[in-house]
Ligand binder design. Sequence first.
Ligand SMILES: [Ca+2]
Ligand SMILES: [Ca+2]
Length: 462
Amino acid sequence: MCFLNKKKLQKITIFFSVIACTVALAAGTLTANAEAEPAITGFVTDTLDLIDGGTNLIDGGDFESTPTGSWNVDGLLTNGASIDSDNPFKGSKQLKFVAGESETIASFTVPVTAEKSYMFSVWVKGSQLSDDNSGDVHFGIADPATGDFLTTNESNNVNSTGTKALTPPSWDGEWYQRGYIFNSGNLTSIGIVIRGTASTAYFDNMVLCLEEDSVKPDTTITITHPEVTNANPDKKGCKPQHNLFENTDFSGSDTAFWSEVDNFDAFLSIGGDKGKSSNKVLLYDGGSEVIGTGATYKKWLDVKPNTEYTFTTDVKAYVESGMTFGLMYLDGNGMPHVIAGDISVPSNQTGKWMIASYSFNTKDIERVAFFINDGGGNAAFDFIKLFESVHGTKLTDTNADPNQKPIDPGKPDDGKKPGVPSTKTGDASAIVFVVIAFLSAAVIGVLSYKKYITRRKERQTV
Ligand SMILES: [Ca+2]
Ligand SMILES: [Ca+2]
């Protein structure tokens, strides 16, 4: 394609365009049988799903079972990537990529037909930025011979010859679908490459298919959302064997249930209550400011659908805290929602053990997460419970007055991420929270990674 049909360039570059076309034609004449270069042809696409009955050229792209081909090769699995079950997007497993201090490159190849248009897509989640995670993962289709990512068809333009890779669009710990359309050009196999330095990201539902087999993602999967059935259940307690949480008074030495979860090390630890050091609790340290990073800890648990459960926890804010917590779930399209609302300790209740508790029906949901959103300040949790309400008993294991009315969890707010407080009409503190949330987002957005790290280091020395 020569420049002559690019209208905006036509007038000013007409002379050079003629030369460029002449050169291109001459080259074409000299290499009449040359095959086309592979190239990305559609960076912005909404057809990132495989049509029903279509063929995914990546065997086991959901990473649920180990197939005989495609990704199950040393080039991928011994180079920073592994199959893990700590963060699945769908099902129970996903690909986890952990890049070390020097650049890590994981790849595998897939046979393709030359001169065909293909769609590549994957769900990706970048871990929160931290001391160990620089947010540097990039991935996409590469030429197996060179390892270079494909260029866009813009590369025919002398002004743009760079290779193009995809990145997680955000490092907020949420899943996003990324992908593009490309032409295989002269390639009969393509490389799927993930590269990065000092970064962690997760991948699931990876698809490579002919473009004609790609369709718009179905965003119309509807579910019946969980419903709060009782904002102050009588039976807030249960026997240990009915509690889905483990080591819920934190006295046990095996802390893996709580600690082997993303973001635990960022702002959580298990240690003595500041008021009574012999009582082990889950300690939240979001620094001395009321504004935190907005990062979220999520401990996922399997639940039965259409079943009533009760959630109860002790919580104490040592100082005024912007930290929020509660239970969340994902809808059929993978979007997060909060059951009831984000719970926060009222500022006039600091320094005292409070109870948060409500009962809800799971409806279509089979997984919920206990989340803690890093909103700043210091707090502690103890005796965390989630149990089927039929097993409910009087609450006896609590640091608080068992007859205390639980903290109002507020209203559910569909379609928002946990940790962004909902606005309650006429509630001045809620408005303050919203301002804080905006400030928090702005702070995170503006601060560079280095400033963020400096801030966390400063906190650690306080
Ligand atoms: Ca999966
Ligand atoms: Ca305890």
